[in-house]
Write a protein that binds this ligand. Sequence first.
Ligand code: B12
Ligand code: SF4
Length: 434
Amino acid sequence: MVNFVHKMKIGLVLPPSDDILYLDVFGVNLPPTGLAYLAGFLKESGYEVFILDMSSQKMGWSEFDKILSIEKPDIVGIYCALTRIKQAMNAAEIAKQNQAFTVLGGPEPSINDKIFFTNPFVDAVVRGEGEFTFLDLAKHIEGKAGLGTIRGLTYRDKNRVVVNSKRPLIQKLDSLPFPPWHLFPTHKYRLFNKLSLLSIASSRGCVYNCDFCAVPHMYQYIWRGRSPENVVDEIEYLMEKYTPSIVFFSDDSFMVDFERVEEICNEILKRKLEFFWFCLARIDLSINLMNKMKKAGCVALLFNIESHMMNNKDVVEHAFKNAKRAKIFGIANFVFGFPRETYDACLEKIRFITNVNADHAMFFRNVSGGYLNLSTLTAIEKMAYRRFYLRKNYILNHIKQAYHNFKPEINHRGLALHYIKWFFETILYINQLH
Ligand code: B12
Ligand code: SF4
């Protein structure tokens, strides 16, 4: 890859999000993984990059405007998902007023590119994987490429919107640089309000095709995994350079290939790396693999419980039971407000989750709307937190088990005690949610 310094400056922005209850309950603030890989790639390609994580820094619009007027970026790239549409549009408007070329990327613009051009301040949208499309766009701004030739780009050409052809996916994910986290406000990325947290994506895409999900469209129904060696090299780099207390695998679908997950664990164990991590998991994950993951430092598994799984309570229950046996926290993720989902169906979901013996539950709202409006969904979300967490037996059992979930060898960092303190505070917080 070319490695010389261009004069151009690129600002990458994470706008604030609408859906924040789970952040407060869990004291969690997850890093923007996609922007981090993009930043690493653009930097390595010779561009000056700065990050504005408005979400984590609780940055207001006037501060955002002020920073742009000082930094004077040539291009402002804005991440956008469902929960950040209004905010991404607002960011584009301010960036445009500061004479930058504005480009949106991330899941929502990838699947609904055209609607973003109803906003006159959006110049272009990058669909799907961002690295090479953004690089070509930067070359265009430098006068070295025409917009019409950039694959993966949708752009405004006077009064019409032009959708260029798809960009082929990156063949070797191992060749991408590791994220330059020092450009990000890493002190804000936290779990349980305290533990420092960074993320890694060991693969991209997914082989499944759930109808509500953006991932298959973003990544052309293809899954690509990095080699276990390259993944663990990045973990070593994270631990040496940034020393996070815990690492989150924020892959779209981490467990497509169970064998590769096992190889990653073997590589971690071979290199004797001692760190804690957590990831999204499939409910058919075996107890043997859970045990191996535990040995390699995994402390929590996030299971997305989709509505159809509620017909299969035994399988879901089994997954949480296995997680308990492996001494890993089993966390259930639930979304309320799918299209056609009724109030009663949401109550049924709450009953379900209080009966499958999960260690934790995280609840989200579908902010794009269905039958139920957002204020009803917010009330349901709060009710779900209360009904799940404010159960006497659950609280007592959870405390008993919590200490044993952290590997004693690395527990000298005080994780277990901190966790228990956080747990009590959380129960008190949820108790006052109405
Ligand atoms: C991990 C994850 C979570 C985690 C943590 C989120 C986090 N902050 O890390 C948890 C479990 C908490 C979560 C929760 C939710 N999530 Co989520 N999540 C993901 C997931 C699987 C991975 C994100 C990731 O880090 N990927 C790895 C990086 C490397 O990939 P990437 O982000 O896609 O980045 C690449 C490109 O998108 C592009 N790109 C990214 N940013 C930018 C910016 C610019 C300017 C450009 C040009 C390009 C670009 O380039 C990057 C590198 O190639 C995504 C799937 C996805 N791919 O987005 C869903 C996803 C983002 N989540 C989604 C949703 C809906 C939710 C929830 C609302 C609940 C739900 N499941 O319905 C909640 C609410 C979150 C919130 N309040 O914002 C949807 C968003 C749909 C949409 N149309 O926008 C996604 C796409 C999954 C889906 N089911 O469709 N999520
Ligand atoms: S398994 Fe997960 S990532 Fe894959 S299509 Fe379904 S919801 Fe999306």
